[in-house]
Design a protein around this ligand. Structure first.
Ligand SMILES: [Zn+2]
Length: 294
């Protein structure tokens, strides 16, 4: 059995991502996690979206096209190596500010909160107005009414994540998140930004669940693999940090629901360029995180 777990009896996903409740036969909307009639669980809506029939078929098509191109260019073996390693060994890294990582370590009751949750609970101020509006637009476009349940990370093959989001890279335990995580081929901002209008449906074939993340990586990155590529290239190919968020190139992970420190396998601190205050916090994070259970 995969780490994604069993398919829930109520999650018979159709092409349009609607489901029929297996307990009472009521329709369950794409954004709902529970049946509105009997409250039977229907599965995580982001994972259901990634497993929708047309989404899966479109990703299969993109993957086989990339695989065929690799065969034509003599990179078949390297392509297979990249896809296999990503499928078997990639994990999710959430990049967090030092103070956020420290809060998780100091109190096991603390949960990691996303931007919307912090703003809604008045635990932080909104970002600059234009950035705040854009962030809410992107989240709403992808997730609708469950957007505030989604925590973002990046798919990785090393311990290094995206510095533009925080200096502490939280390496998540697959057991804690694999069943509730879906992936988008790229940064959600750039993905939504390419839609020609806000009412356009997103193109199919750019989402996947945990069990097909190697396929998504192959479909996206196959064109960069040559016969001279080696396995040492794979971590950098899968996640390429840029100077700014818009320059980062990565596969975005969407984790449904909360997580605490027990969901984290390890923390990797990035000191270069840190302020004195951040450096002091990073030292505390490093010391406390050394006791994490892998
Ligand atoms: Zn029901």
């Amino acid at each position: 059995m995969s780490q994604e777990g069993t398919t829930h009896p109520a999650s018979m996903v159709t092409a349009d991502n609607a489901v029929i409740c297996q307990h009472c036969n009521s329709p369950i909307g794409a954004a709902a996690r529970f049946c509105p009639t009997c409250y039977q669980e229907a599965g995580y809506p982001n994972v259901r979206a990634a497993k929708a029939r047309d989404e899966v078929a479109a990703l299969d098509q993109r993957y086989h096209s990339a695989k065929s191109d690799a065969e034509t260019s003599g990179a078949s073996s390297a392509f297979a190596s990249f896809v296999t390693l990503t499928q078997s060994s990639s994990h999710v890294i959430v990049a967090a500010p030092p103070i956020v990582a420290l809060a998780l370590l100091r109190n096991t009751s603390n949960l990691y909160a996303n931007y919307s949750q912090l703003v809604d609970s008045e635990a932080r101020s909104p970002a600059e107005h234009d950035d705040d509006c854009l962030r809410l637009c992107v989240d709403a476009r992808l997730f609708g009414s469950y957007h505030n349940k989604i925590k973002c990370g990046a798919l990785a093959l090393s311990d290094v994540g995206l510095l533009n989001y925080g200096r502490v890279f939280l390496k998540m335990k697959p057991k804690a998140i694999s069943h509730r995580t879906s992936f988008l081929s790229e940064n959600s901002y750039t993905f939504v930004g390419r839609l020609s209008s806000s009412t356009d449906p997103p193109p199919l074939g750019y989402l996947c669940s945990w069990s097909t993340r190697g396929k998504l990586a192959g479909a996206k990155l196959g064109e960069h693999i040559t016969s001279r590529s080696t396995s040492e290239d794979w971590p950098q190919l899968l996640l390429t940090p840029g100077n700014s968020r818009s320059d980062d190139d990565f596969i975005e992970a969407h984790i449904f629901g909360p997580f605490d420190v027990n969901a984290i396998q390890s923390m990797h601190c990035h000191y270069d360029g840190a302020s004195r205050a951040d450096t002091l916090t990073l030292r505390a994070v490093e010391e406390l995180s050394s006791a994490l259970c892998p």
